[in-house]
Design a protein around this ligand. Structure first.
Ligand SMILES: [Zn+2]
Length: 279
């Protein structure tokens, strides 16, 4: 299967701009996951670490799979878990792997017990690091779009660009984020009927700033559209299968009134522009 995945590099296929393949919910079923990804085919994946505890798993996955583009970062949900030396560790990791990204980092006022100022300080120091080392940065934002725009406007901003993963902000903010060098990734979870405004915002994104993603194992598509129906055996909660990327492509093509093949070609170019062309 490893050979099959590698063969798709440079050819047809889809690129997942944001997921967490290192998560035990997926890594625990790795042979099945790989086979399903090869069938889509998923050509490349930007795999994001979220905390010091999962950085080594992302590093191992990238070493095993040349189609994985790793990013390392401290997620806003994990700020309280960080060690005293977290930023030094992150810098060392990024310096050890030239070209890898910074992510997943961001701001989140949705999560219970959040401390936005603490999150913002952690976010800023990672954005500064990404800018200094000229790495693409992947941003998470929930219910904090005004503050996110302020932070991004203030800078510094990494030269390769920013990814606003699963962009759920208003259409009116798209223009200013574009000016700041942002890309926007569409997630099939936005097919929930109540997400109409989010789907609409994706009509305002310039074609050369669009990407698709799964955020797997998070953000499953609406249950009726979920071909896999995977669940976390411990919690019973739904698990997003990373091969749901095909659904993200089809639905974004409908929203943009484009041919899926033509859109897939544009998305491959956009992925390379942000994350680099390498496998
Ligand atoms: Zn994520």
């Amino acid at each position: 299967m490893a050979e099959a995945m590698v063969k798709t590099i440079g050819g047809e296929g889809l690129d997942d701009a944001h997921n967490h393949l290192q998560d035990p919910l997926l890594a625990g079923r790795w042979p099945e996951v790989r086979e399903a990804l090869a069938a889509v085919p998923v050509r490349r994946a930007a795999v994001n670490g979220t905390c010091e505890a999962d950085w080594p798993a992302v590093e191992r996955l990238a070493a095993d799979c040349p189609w994985v583009h790793p990013s390392f970062g401290l997620h806003p949900w994990k700020v309280k878990e960080r060690s005293g030396g977290w930023l030094r560790r992150l810098r060392a990791l990024l310096e050890r792997h030239p070209g890898v990204g910074v992510g997943e980092i961001g701001l989140d006022r949705w999560i219970e017990g959040h401390d936005l100022e603490e999150q913002a300080a952690v976010f800023r120091s990672q954005l500064e690091l990404a800018s200094e080392l000229e790495r693409p940065a992947t941003l998470h934002c929930l219910r904090a779009w005004g503050r996110m725009r302020e932070e991004v406007d203030k800078g510094p901003r990494p030269r390769p660009g920013l990814l606003l993963h699963a962009y759920g902000g208003p259409a009116e903010m798209v223009e200013s984020f574009v000016a700041a060098g942002a890309y926007f990734s569409f997630n099939a979870a936005f097919l929930e009927p109540r997400k109409e405004r989010t789907r609409e915002a994706f009509t305002a994104v310039p074609l050369d700033r669009l990407l698709i993603e799964t955020d797997a194992p998070a953000m499953p598509p609406p249950e009726a559209l979920d071909r896999w129906g995977w669940r976390d055996p411990a919690s019973g909660r739904r698990v997003n299968h990373p091969a749901s990327l095909g659904l993200a492509l089809e639905s974004l093509a409908r929203i943009r009134k484009m041919d899926t093949k033509e859109l897939a070609r544009v998305l491959r170019d956009n992925f390379s522009s942000l994350f680099g062309a390498g496998g």
